[in-house]
Ligand binder design. Sequence first.
Ligand code: GLN
Length: 281
Amino acid sequence: MIIAEIADMIKFKLDRQFDKNEIRLITLSLLKHFWKIPEIDFYTCKQKNLDERFDANFLKSLDLLQRHAPLQYVLGTAEFYGLNFEVDGNVLIPRPETEELVDWIIADSKDAPAIIDIGTGSGCIAIALAKNIKDAKVYAIDISGKAIKNAENNAENNNVRITFSCRDILSGDDFTHVKFDCIVSNPPYVCESEKPEMKRNVIDFEPHSALFVPDSDALKFYGAIADFAISHLADGGKIYVEINENLAEETQSLFKQKGFKYTELRKDLNGKNRMLKIKMQ
Ligand code: GLN
């Protein structure tokens, strides 16, 4: 098999559901993953011979992609903030919007802060902060034991120390005496009623417990985060949350009602209201 034949095979299988550019990117990723072929060879050495006997996993990957599985789950890895993360169906795939939230926190941060990430999933926020803020003491919780295992593994692979704990923020348990300079969260915020607008790769494969909230109580996680912050935010500390673009005003009001006087809204790379920074004063 030569590179060009593999590329044709991918195109044939996935032509219906992906556009040209997506197919090119998928091809580059699969060539790199299964044959360690660098990107440049795809463009310059299309006749290069690959191993005769190709991995059965390559064919399995094509089937999964055809069934709308996200590439990151198929390959088991995702990139976030320049770092590599192992991901599986127990954790959300890290999103570029969340990189912007991390960017904001890093830009604001002083040395050695105590930070907690609520609903850490793959650990991407906690790990990117631990990696980029000098002497940060980072804690992270998630209700899912499987997510915590995945996040622990990712922390180890990225050589950072994080204190993980399996907790439900909605339980209201006072599980720590630490005061935090920074409380961060990307909680579930997609309303059940928004499901019809979502793509199959998300709906069929990503963990619903990390995505959806009932319309009747869409801000429940923000309420719990605010309550946690009332007892655990250090003097001058800040909260950073990712939010539902359609509920920006309501989310700000919720924090105001809980006594936080300062809120600042930011848009994401698509121009959607996506991030909120909150302070007591
Ligand atoms: N932004 C994600 C999506 O649209 C949702 C993330 C979340 O619910 N925290 O799939």
